[in-house]
Design a binder for this molecule. Structure first.
Ligand code: ATP
Ligand code: MG
Length: 262
């Protein structure tokens, strides 16, 4: 069964969606089947794909409202092995309603698990908050991938999400683990990047990925073109980094499968 991974941190603009889209595509290039679910009311994932923006089959909001089943709102993307469950950009009221649908998470857990058999990985692109929708998603996930942008406050943010994950483990999803921490929008030559990396390796040696995602103007160029960077320019440093991240995730999961099987 595919692994269900939430991409989450209570901070906006740190590369959650960029990572969700480009890592999903990187994994398809490694012959993995991926489902990407957008639960962020800003609905950003949709803009990366050539999907009918009127979303005729419905969207994840209809699932939270019990109007549709999860399996009914899967859209094929133009990329082989990548499907997407989009979120229609929502109004503020919808956002509030969405985050109040906590009690739905149990049904969703069964639905998502039955869908996951068709994929190797299911990624959930979360909003930049912890409570409400993100909490629901962490309750139904196997692991959390944490994108972190180097800043003075990075380690505090990380502390908050680790604490929150502990709460979720205690109250409903004991098996939840941290998939890993990926440094995004990285400027490797700066002192802050160097310090944050050093501190991450000291505090979370088994959790931090070796690769970091470098900052490059090409990412914004690509999004202006409504194309994921990994398609727009596969040779850019950022695309290469997402491909390496895909390798690391595959390797880690193969190793842990081996470990648990023996
Ligand atoms: N490696 C990168 N280099 C340069 N710019 C980047 C990189 N990754 C992401 N960005 C830019 O940073 C901005 C925020 O990225 P993104 O939308 O992925 O963040 P997010 O965490 O999903 O934000 P939100 O919480 O608002 O949904 C975007 O303008 C994106 O193009
Ligand atoms: Mg986002």
């Amino acid at each position: 069964m595919g692994k269900i991974i939430s991409i989450a941190i209570p901070k906006g603009g740190v590369g959650k969606t960029t990572t969700a889209v480009n890592l999903s595509l990187a994994l398809t290039k490694k012959k993995k089947r991926v489902l990407l679910i957008d639960v962020d009311p800003s609905g950003q994932c949709l803009s990366s794909f050539d999907i009918d923006k009127s979303l005729p089959q419905g969207n994840i909001f209809d699932v939270f409202n019990s109007i549709k089943k999860l399996s009914e709102v899967i859209y094929r993307t133009e990329y082989a092995n990548l499907d997407c469950i989009p979120m229609k950009r929502s109004t503020y009221q919808n956002e509030l309603r969405l985050s109040n649908l906590a009690e739905k998470s149990l049904n969703l857990k069964y639905e998502i698990r039955s869908l996951a058999v068709n994929y190797d990985f299911v990624f959930i692109d979360c909003p930049p908050t912890l409570t409400g929708t993100t909490a629901n998603m962490l309750n139904i996930s196997d692991s959390v991938l944490i994108p972190l942008k180097a800043s003075k406050y990075s380690l505090d943010e990380l502390g908050r999400i680790f604490k929150f994950i502990d709460e979720i483990k205690k109250t409903g999803n004991a098996g939840l683990v941290v998939e890993g921490i990926i440094l995004t929008i990285d400027e490797p030559k700066t002192r802050i990047s160097h310090q944050v990396k050093k501190e991450l390796i000291r505090k979370y040696p088994t959790k931090v990925f070796n690769v970091t995602i470098p900052k490059t103007v090409k990412v914004d160029e690509a999004s202006f073109d409504k194309t994921p960077i990994i398609i727009y320019d596969v040779d850019s440093v950022c695309s290469k980094a997402y491909l390496k991240l895909a390798d690391e995730i595959i390797l880690r999961n193969e190793m842990s499968d081996l470990f648990f099987k023996h």
